[in-house]
Design a protein around this ligand. Structure first.
Ligand SMILES: Nc1ncnc2c1ncn2[C@@H]1O[C@H](COP(=O)(O)OP(=O)(O)OP(=O)(O)O)[C@@H](O)[C@H]1O
Ligand SMILES: [Mg+2]
Length: 464
């Protein structure tokens, strides 16, 4: 959209609400920001005034625009908000009245939504479907997860959820499930994109990568704010399903769960904008650690949801079957011990096949659980991130025969009650604790695999 066009639109909206036009200084600030430039120095130089003065004027301008557009406007989102508002102003008269609430409050999402029935109808396949799954793993077998697939599909197609976090401990099947979901609902979208963040790309690199898919040959801006605005624009104009996998790689180590590493904090703002700004697309984030803003946003914002993946249940027997294990009557016990975690069961099934002739009952006669080396190295990743207080809680719980309330850990380890409470909550956000409710008290414990891992890694010297 042309710069002057956006400026004129902003001025008209401000005038129609306040009865005053934007003054020269406000217009100059807006012009610089809309071009993605650092406005303060340039405007101050042009007008021979201090940068502080310009900043104060800018903050008043964002307040005025926030009142006019009914949502918080700042230099980061002003372009996206103005373009969106202008888009809907132009667009509204052509939208079928059955799909639209005529409403001047631009906070209300007025995109030309495909109705759920339309979305589910395969006849309505968009004219051109762009699929770019990048380096996603090929899925050879996929068992069950029927209810999870239906839940995700409903959130996306019926509820128009804009941001979904698919969470759960490593190996539980997040990548596999998201790819199965893509396969199931891809025809309802214009763009379907999968990217893994396993090498911790910066936000700038991820945005550039997405824009290359959307814009093909057109030029990509160097400015990150413009890139965000452009992405939001694509998400508004097209129905897109984007899966960003391995989001935990953006999160830090040695600090409580869900905090971004230095240099990656801007992802937080990007995800927040995806949740808050009105568009017709869905972003799925896969992670074995719950990012902070997801925990917060999912409490207050309807278009944000979390799905925590648990055991594969009975369907995990297919994994044992595919490894040609015997003693089928004992398989449920094996699945329970290994938490129905497909990856943990794959490691263990291979071990049983190679060293126990495939006989599950013979394996179960050993002291349980036995942890394959691959499984241990898998677990070393989340454990490597724990804070000293989190590790102390895990070690304490690993030594307990029964689940404990948080208060029962106080004074048992060398950390203050606040540190213990925060550590327990953080461990929950890493999916490393089991919680049960008994007589209105929450009790915490470790599952057998994690208990064994902690004993092997952190307590073996003491027990010798
Ligand atoms: N529903 C399923 N049916 C069959 N196999 C599955 C299923 N879910 C997961 N698996 C298998 O379990 C293994 C781990 O799955 P996946 O990589 O999807 O886990 P993840 O949660 O993404 O792990 P991470 O957090 O480490 O990336 C893979 O080998 C996958 O093939
Ligand atoms: Mg994965």
């Amino acid at each position: 959209m042309e710069l002057n066009e956006v400026l004129r639109f902003a001025d008209e909206k401000v005038f129609s609400t306040t009865g005053k036009h934007l003054d020269d200084l406000q217009e100059a600030i807006l012009k610089e920001v809309l071009q993605g430039r650092k406005y303060a120095t340039r405007v101050a130089q042009d007008r021979d005034c201090s940068e502080g003065y310009v900043r104060v004027a800018a903050s008043e301008l964002w307040k005025i625009l926030s009142d006019v557009f009914g949502e918080e406007v700042s230099k980061v989102n002003v372009r996206a908000i103005l373009e969106r508002a202008k888009f809907y102003t132009n667009f509204s008269p052509t939208i079928g009245s059955e799909n639209v609430t005529v409403n001047n409050n631009l906070n209300v999402c007025q995109e030309r939504a495909r109705s759920p029935t339309e979305a589910q109808n395969p006849q309505q396949t968009p004219t051109q479907l762009h699929i770019d799954l990048g380096d996603s793993p090929e899925i050879f077998t996929f068992f069950d997860r029927t209810s999870e697939l239906s839940t995700l599909e409903n959130w996306i197609t019926q509820d128009r959820t804009r941001l979904i976090a698919l969470l759960g401990i490593s190996g539980i099947g997040k990548t596999t499930l998201s790819l199965a979901l893509i396969d199931r609902i891809k025809t309802q979208f214009d763009y379907v994109i999968y990217r893994s963040l396993r090498f911790s790309p910066t936000l700038d690199a991820t945005l550039t990568n997405l824009l290359q898919i959307f814009s093909q040959q057109s030029e990509i801006s160097q400015n990150i704010e413009t890139k965000i605005a452009q992405i939001l624009d694509y998400l508004r104009k097209n129905r897109c399903l984007i899966v960003l996998d391995d989001v935990q790689m953006l999160l830090g180590s040695g600090q409580l769960a869900g905090q971004y590493k230095t240099g990656y904090e801007d992802y937080q703002l990007f995800f927040k904008l995806i949740a808050e700004v009105c568009h017709q697309s869905c972003l799925i984030l896969n992670s074995w650690e719950k990012p902070r803003e997801i925990a917060r946003l999912s409490k207050y914002h309807h278009p944000v949801r979390c799905l925590v993946l648990g055991s594969l249940g009975e369907a995990a027997k297919e994994i044992l079957n595919s490894q040609k294990l015997s003693d089928e009557e004992t398989w449920s016990t094996l699945i329970d011990i290994y938490q129905g975690n497909p990856l943990w069961l794959e490691f263990t099934a291979t071990l049983i096949r190679e060293l126990f002739g495939g006989r599950v009952s013979e394996f179960l006669h050993c002291e349980m659980p036995i942890l394959d080396e691959g499984l241990q190295s898998q677990l070393s990743q989340p454990f490597g991130r724990l804070t000293p207080a989190e590790l102390a809680v895990m070690v304490h719980l690993a030594n307990q025969p029964e689940p404990l309330a948080v208060s029962q850990i106080f004074n048992k380890i060398q950390f203050s009650p606040s540190e213990i409470v925060n550590a327990v909550r953080s461990l929950g956000n890493r999916f490393l604790l089991d919680a049960v409710e008994r007589e209105k008290i929450t009790l915490f414990s470790l599952n057998p695999v994690l208990k064994q891992y902690v004993k092997t890694q952190y307590l073996s010297n003491r027990s010798n």
